[in-house]
Ligand binder design. Structure first.
Ligand SMILES: [Zn+2]
Length: 293
């Protein structure tokens, strides 16, 4: 089977792994149509050669993210994710059991960097001393609400044959790119992503309760009016829109004031409260201001 499959491959396509239950390809962006045909051919060959073979074909378009899903870097297996692995508990057991904020960093404390489960970015901008946070409107548990731009830790390809865990900063960047790509039109998105990637985070908040980090990154205030949403967004999809939250009146998004208004999800309110509780004035603004030494 391996031989037959290899014959079908050209230089654009590479077998990532041949495992008992299946075949996984990595396909370059430019060659999707050809690759699909080849996958169909190779499935037929698999079927002819061995009737009872179990196969699971998945294909992944390589973007500059190079994320690796449905693979465990601890067990070297494709049937579960690293962070769902029972062995990942060893990392989670060693997490710092309190919340904290670090400034001018691209990583958490080492034990949290090892065992974090999710990470995200809070892009913010300032106009007339007011701070605006870019957040997502998302459907969670059939309910639309407002969330930070964050998601679960995945793995990342070092090269075609080697995969490792993402760092908390990499998860944050990759989630940002994935979630915003689905929403925002290309032109302004490219500019935004470039700015996010080239700007050092002001602070990083660690939530022990959520096993999650949030990097605050300042962006130009031109984006306040510049980010256009794609026309074809399904309102039942998650996420379905962006929203700028003014930190001086964020409380109006807590609890449903009226049936039509959209509010923070419960999960997000918990995070906001955790951020507030670290500051004597119970504010969240300190994440977006320079560290006071
Ligand atoms: Zn595992």
């Amino acid at each position: 089977m391996t031989q037959n499959l290899k014959l079908l491959l050209n230089k654009h396509i590479l077998i990532y792994n041949l495992i008992n239950y299946g075949v996984e390809y990595i396909i370059e962006k430019t060659n999707i149509i050809n690759a699909k045909k080849m996958i169909c051919n190779s499935v037929n060959i698999c079927k002819k050669n061995k009737k009872n073979i179990r196969y699971k074909i998945s294909y992944r378009v390589i973007t500059n993210l190079n994320r690796c899903f449905e693979y465990c870097v601890i067990c070297k297996l494709h049937n579960h994710k690293s962070i769902s692995c029972f062995k990942y508990k060893n990392f989670k057991n060693k997490l710092t059991n309190n919340n904290y904020v670090l400034y001018n960093t691209l990583k958490l404390s080492q034990c949290d960097e090892n065992g974090f489960c999710a990470s995200g970015i809070i892009p913010y901008t300032k106009v007339n001393n007011k701070i605006y946070l870019l957040m997502l409107k998302e459907v969670r548990q059939n309910k639309p609400g407002i969330n930070f731009i964050a998601g679960k830790r995945e793995n990342i390809y070092i090269n075609y044959n080697n995969v490792r865990f993402e760092t908390s900063y990499e998860t944050a960047l990759n989630e940002f790119e994935e979630e915003l790509s689905a929403l925002v039109t290309n032109k302004s998105l490219n500019e935004l992503i470039k700015e996010i990637k080239n700007t050092s985070p002001n602070s990083c908040f660690w939530s022990y309760q959520s096993k999650m980090s949030l990097y605050s990154i300042e962006i130009s205030n031109k984006f306040l009016n510049k980010l256009k949403i794609k026309k074809s967004i399904n309102k039942n999809a998650e996420p379905f829109d962006i929203i700028w939250i003014n930190t001086s009146n964020y409380k109006k998004y807590i609890g449903s004031q009226s049936i039509n208004s959209i509010c923070f999800h419960e999960f997000t309110i918990n995070i906001i409260n955790q951020i507030k509780s670290l500051h004597p004035l119970e504010t969240i603004n300190y994440l977006f201001e320079k560290e006071i030494l």
